[in-house]
Every structure is written in structure tokens, then in C-alpha cells.
Design a protein around this ligand. Sequence first.
Ligand code: NAP
Length: 354
Amino acid sequence: MTSTATRAPVRVILFGMGTVGRAALRLARTRQWLHPVGAVIGSSASARGRIESGEHPADLRWSTDADLLLDQLRPEVALIATRSPVADVKEDIIRCVERGVSVVTSSEEMFDPNVADPSAAGEIEAACRAGGAAVVATGINPGYVFDVIPVVIAGASWDVQRVSVTRMLDCSVFGRTVHRLLGVGYSPAGFEEARRAGIIRGHIGFEESARVIARVMGRDLDRFEENVRPLIAEQTYQLAEYVVSAGETAGVVQDATGWVGGTPWLRFDLSLHVDPESVGIQTRDHIRIEGENTLDVTIQPGTQSILTTSALLVNTIPSVLSAPPGLYTATDLLPAAPWLDADPPPGIRRRIQG
Ligand SMILES: NC(=O)c1ccc[n+]([C@@H]2O[C@H](COP(=O)([O-])OP(=O)(O)OC[C@H]3O[C@@H](n4cnc5c(N)ncnc54)[C@H](OP(=O)(O)O)[C@@H]3O)[C@@H](O)[C@H]2O)c1
């Protein structure tokens, strides 16, 4: 049963207590209108270890059993920060939305799930409508620097001759699992092998970002190409979880180009490194929309990945709970904004408890 009238705090469940999930929990606990009621954790020794060592608030219910927590805690919204592929998050999204629990996820592929898995996107959309819930993906990237911000800036454009976005970032804030997917911490030969095997994907989400930008501007990309190459360490880097030795990969450089009508129309460049300053990389985000009214914006020293992603997860709760049931991209919804009042935002969809 749904309502919009109650002033009780919105009940939130988290899936994934990794770097992003823990930051989102920390932020959610500062918002009086939100009540984090539980966390679904991974089954690895490290995921259990963090919980069992008491790193999380004592009043937070946690389990590896998502169905149990969803049924017992009756949350209204889920923040899912577990894995990137649609295939890995689909089941959790569906078990939420079929119970009427709306979802905000940091899964990169979910930013536009039609790129990776149109049939899963269809299943999720159908489950949203059946359960009366909405789903959207967000994060720093995709979800902000490479798509939402360019779209917002381009709102002041006349024509758009070319979109380019450059991001240079410090990836030391991520854990080892994310580094392995990005391509950090490998020997050069190991990097090539893992890239060929599809283990290394560099940053995931360029194609999703590019296709969303094109779609909202009524353009269709007729070609899209992406490249990733390693940055080899010339010194040893001691990270929080492990060491990157000289000769191993300490970062990657990635680019993507999208063509419209046979002409390059969109360009993305991303450099990430575990210690960017040590190799002369100055962190920044640069967005340029070329045309009659060229717009050129630099964010310096660049948006911090974890703080930004966790903020976007929490700040998107009002917009996902304001949207009619369905599967959305972030550009379809009201912009994410921090809701700072003690009472929940007016007009959001509530699940009556009891
Ligand atoms: N869109 C963006 O801008 C953006 C930004 C940052 C991160 N991300 C993505 O968000 C995800 C989380 O990032 P992170 O840095 O927090 O990763 P992380 O530190 O590796 O944490 C992920 C956590 O989720 C747990 N987990 C995996 N599957 C689960 C499931 N089905 N249910 C509950 N917990 C599960 C993992 O446990 P185990 O150890 O047991 O596997 C791990 O504790 C990644 O896919 C990352 O690529 C996206």
C-alpha cells in the first residue's frame, strides 16, 4: 500500500557495504528524514569481517539474506552498491521492486541498461510497473561528470557541434576489487592478458554515458569506439590494501569517441592513477560544449569519486520516490538535490508500514 502523507523517516536498506555503501550509510545517517534500517552484505570473508568487527552502527540489521531483510524490515528505498554489470544486480533490483521498494544503484551498466542487456532492462521495467516502484542508476561516472553535467551545461547551447569531457582522477580511494577491474596493480603482461579476457574493462560506463547524452539531444551515435592503455609505475606506491610495485600498472588512460553522421561528435578522455601528482597529472573535470554559444567548464581539483557517488545515491532518493513506477536514466528525473529538512520531501511515494 502506498501513500504520500506520512512524516515518518523514509526507511532505507543498503546492498553492499564496500567503499561506496559505507560512505552512503554515513551520509544517510546525517539526514533526519532517512532511517537506514538494514544492510545486505556480501558473503566474502572481508565483507563479513568488517561487519563482525563492529565497523557498522550497532542498531543496523545486517545479513547476507536479502529476502529476509526486505520482508522483515519493509524498507521503502534500496541503495545498491555491489557490482557493475546489469547481470550481477538484476536479481537484487527485481527482488526490491517487486515488493514496491524503489532502487538507486551505482551499477555503471544500469545507467542505460539497454546498452549491455536490453532484455534485462525490459524485465526490470516490467517488475517496476508490477510492484509500483522506480529504479535509477547514478554515481560520479556514469551519473554526473560524463553525462548529467554535460547535458545540464548544454541546456544553454544553441547548436552542439561537439561534446568533450576530460577527467583526471586519483583512484587510490577505491579498493583492490575495483582496481582489478580498472586495470590497476597488474604486470604489463598480466594487464594485456586480463584485458583480452575481459577482466579489465577500465572505467565502465562510457558507452552508457555517450548514448544517454546523444539520446537526450535527439542524436543517434552511428559509431562508438573505446581504448584503454596502462600507466606503468616508476616507483612503489603503498596503498591502503596493497602495494603497487615499480613496473606494475598504477593507472590507466582511456578514451572514447562517438560519431554522428560520420563525424566525431563526442569525445571522452579519462586518466586515473593511484597518485596522480607523482606523474604530473593534475586532477580535474573539464566539460566543453562547442557551438554557436560555446560553453567551457572546469571543476578543479575535480570531483572526489566516493564522496560524490555516495552523495548522488542519497540525494537521488527524493527524485526516485517522486517518479511514477518505471526504469529511468538520471536525465529523466528531477535533478538530485540534497534534502536538508528534518521531514521527508513532500509528495514522495511512501509505503505504509504495519
Ligand atoms: N557509477 C559510479 O560512478 C560508481 C562510482 C563508484 C563505484 N561504482 C560501482 O559501485 C559498486 C560498488 O563500489 P565499491 O567501490 O563500494 O566496491 P567494493 O568496495 O568492492 O564493495 C562492494 C561490496 O558489495 C558486496 N557485494 C557484492 N555483491 C553483493 C550482493 N549481491 N549483496 C550484498 N553485497 C554484495 C561486496 O562483498 P564481497 O566482498 O562479498 O563481494 C563488497 O563488500 C561497484 O560496482 C563500482 O564499480 C560506481
